[in-house]
Design a protein around this ligand. Structure first.
Ligand code: ATP
Length: 232
């Protein structure tokens, strides 16, 4: 469903992604793990059209989306839930959610109900400023906003970052619920525990290159992965 072929992305002279190739099949949850600065966020921003790769192609649902603008990519069914949540703090919960649907105005009502069913707390807080929510609630809002576009594939950038373990479990539950509902997921994490708990397959990114890939049991059995990404 999603394929990166030989992607190289630069910031000026700095090469952040070096000949990166990966695939996500329809219905999969795929983990992309790597240390701080490995290039995970750059990979997601390249997929969603926020950065232009200098080489390589991004294919989504059999179409070459490499040079598409971000709004067209969202409208095609590929949503991005960014690192650090990036909700608009002065806007209400409802306004933040409505922004997520701007490429698909026709689906707004039904999607809003779907998001509220998944996150009842957002319904309760819909009139509240997003900046007044807790970190966990803001993460739910960021996920809800991505869902408003009714995506077929979601990119998650470190959704567990800075959250208490009980909230991380909630995030895992939500990702699994979406997956059961037919959504395909590419999940980026620095701490591999969440990613490995929900994903079927994974890639390890170091210095902009894929150094290891395989089914999750093979990755968790790898000594280097255990030491570098699982804290032992
Ligand atoms: P993190 O976990 O910190 O988000 P990451 O794996 O997502 O790390 P990226 O943010 O993609 O890593 O960064 C990859 C590399 O590109 C790093 O060396 C980083 O310093 C560099 N980089 C990222 N953003 C910029 C930028 N705007 N300008 C220049 N270099 C950048």
């Amino acid at each position: 469903m999603l394929e990166l072929q030989g992607i190289s992305t630069y910031y000026g002279k700095i090469r952040a992604l070096d000949d990166l190739s990966l695939r996500v099949e329809r219905g999969e949850i795929v983990a992309l793990i790597g240390a701080n600065g490995a290039g995970k966020t750059t990979a997601l921003r390249t997929i969603s059209g926020l950065l232009r790769p200098r080489a390589g192609r991004v294919l989504f649902a059999d179409r070459d989306i490499t040079r598409w603008p971000p709004d067209r990519i969202v409208a095609a069914g590929l949503a991005h839930c960014p690192e650090g949540r990036q909700v608009f703090p002065e806007m209400t919960v409802l306004e933040n959610l409505e922004l997520g649907a701007y490429t698909r105005p026709a689906v707004t009502g039904a999607q809003l109900e779907r998001v509220f069913a998944l996150f009842p707390i957002l319904r309760e807080r819909r009139g509240q400023r997003a900046g007044s929510l807790s970190g966990g609630e803001q993460q739910m809002l960021a996920i809800g906003r991505a869902l408003m576009a009714d995506p077929r594939l979601i990119l998650f950038d470190e959704p567990s970052l800075g959250l208490a373990p009980v909230i991380v479990r909630e995030v895992a539950r939500v990702i699994e619920t979406l997956h059961r509902g037919g959504t395909t997921v590419l999940l980026v994490e620095q701490n591999a525990s969440l990613a490995f708990a929900v994903a079927q397959r994974g890639y390890v990114l170091e210095h902009g290159r894929i150094v290891l890939e395989g089914p999750i049991p093979a990755l968790t059995g790898d000594e280097r992965v255990r030491r570098a990404y699982l804290g032992g």
